[in-house]
Design a protein around this ligand. Structure first.
Ligand SMILES: *Cc1c(COP(=O)(O)O)cnc(C)c1O
Length: 377
């Protein structure tokens, strides 16, 4: 694939950057003895799984189709978790997963007989503490439905399960804060942990962040797993895919109303939804903090407040110019939607040898089919 044949908008996944993250994951595994399963809800562009799978132990999921995707395209261990299973889901998933993690004691009681003999059984616990920047993403928030609260645990449940899962972090870049949480879990659940084969500490541990003390994390995890003689897991999503992918767009117009807005051929609401949901402005590769030309990078959707960021450039922007919106992989491609009937970004991978390979491309037919396949008669 030649760069001049590629029409924007498109995602460009960079293999070298991906490998950089994966090498850190490998280091963490080697120093700690833990296993790592990729959280598919963050990133499930399976076209690059052959690059990722040699480094990790398998996948985990948040819904039935992710289980199937992980099983089919990634291999290794397939963990199945869902906040709410239907009986049909459980029957289907039980045949292809290695571990089934229930969100509540009621789901465990209702479906464990279907899973027994087929997969290892786990339960999600909610210790009521956590690390998250925003309440929307905080599993320990008030009235949380995610996992069993400590005071509601039926003590006998630990004799009937093999493992537990705690997912209580979101983009936690602070190793000491994580270790503090680990100690709190260790103190409060020690008698139960002794009865288990495995413990998953969920995702949200940002061990690929620059300067993150991987060794410190590894030693704490190793000590925990040795103390309770359990196999530990982490379920990284964002940490694996962070800073690997650009969303490449083209400036299609420049308008001015008190401030200059460069309108690009993409929209946060359709192609980079977390910008909008979490109100986290995007970063543009071509921008320059010291530049004197300031623009709103506006989307081409009809939503009034839909913008990627406000940022400065050394030179005035021009219509037709391309911009690279950085760090656009995690929780992004998995949330693409057809709002406004915009052109869906293609997906490419830039391999370590410089070659660019196409992973996906969308047409008008894909848009149409996503809305109806059959007409009323
Ligand atoms: C979201 C989630 C993950 C992945 O979280 P990251 O922040 O992307 O690492 C892992 N496990 C569970 C249960 C999750 O809900």
């Amino acid at each position: 694939m030649q760069k001049d044949q590629m029409k924007t908008p498109y995602f460009m996944i960079n293999e070298d950057k991906l490998i950089e993250n994966l090498e850190k994951a490998k280091q963490l595994k080697e120093m700690s003895g833990i296993k790592l399963v990729l959280a598919l809800k963050c990133f499930s562009t399976w076209g690059v799984f052959d690059i990722i799978s040699p480094y990790l132990d398998g996948t985990t999921s948040s819904g039935p189709f992710e289980v199937k995707l992980g099983y089919e395209t990634f291999g290794g261990e397939t963990h199945a978790y869902s906040v709410g299973y239907s009986e049909d889901d459980v029957r289907e998933v039980a045949n292809i997963c290695d571990k089934m993690i229930f969100n509540s004691q009621s789901q465990l009681a209702a479906y464990r007989h279907i899973v027994e003999e087929k997969a290892s059984i786990g339960l999600r616990l909610n210790p009521g503490v956590g690390y998250a920047g925003q309440d929307l993403a905080n599993p320990a928030r008030q009235f949380s439905r995610l996992g069993v609260q400590e005071n509601q645990i039926d003590q006998s449940v630990f004799d009937t399960i093999d493992g537990v899962m705690f997912h209580i972090n979101c983009e936690n870049k602070d190793v000491d804060a994580f270790i503090h949480l680990l100690e709190s879990i260790s103190e409060r659940y020690s008698e139960h942990l002794n009865k288990l084969d495995w413990v998953s500490l969920g995702g949200g541990v940002f061990f690929t962040w620059p300067e993150y003390d991987i060794q410190k994390l590894a030693l704490a995890l190793k000590a925990f797993s040795e103390k309770y003689r359990v196999q530990l897991y982490l379920e990284p999503g964002e940490a694996i895919i962070t800073q690997t992918t650009d969303l490449v767009v083209t400036v299609v117009d420049i308008v001015e109303n008190g401030m200059k807005t460069a309108i690009v051929d993409s929209a946060t609401e359709a192609h980079r939804l977390d910008t909008l949901i979490y109100n986290e402005p995007a970063t543009i590769f071509e921008a320059s903090d010291s530049g004197e030309y300031r623009y709103i990078i506006g989307s081409c959707s009809c939503l009034a407040g839909d913008q990627f960021c406000v940022t400065n450039f050394d030179k005035p922007l021009e219509i037709g110019q391309q911009l690279r919106i950085q760090d656009s992989a995690g929780y992004t491609m998995v949330k693409l939607n057809w709002f406004n009937g915009l052109r869906m970004p293609s997906v490419y991978c830039e391999r370590s040898n410089g070659q660019i390979q196409k992973l996906n491309e969308f047409t008008y037919e894909d848009f149409k089919r996503s809305l109806s396949q059959w007409k009323v008669t």
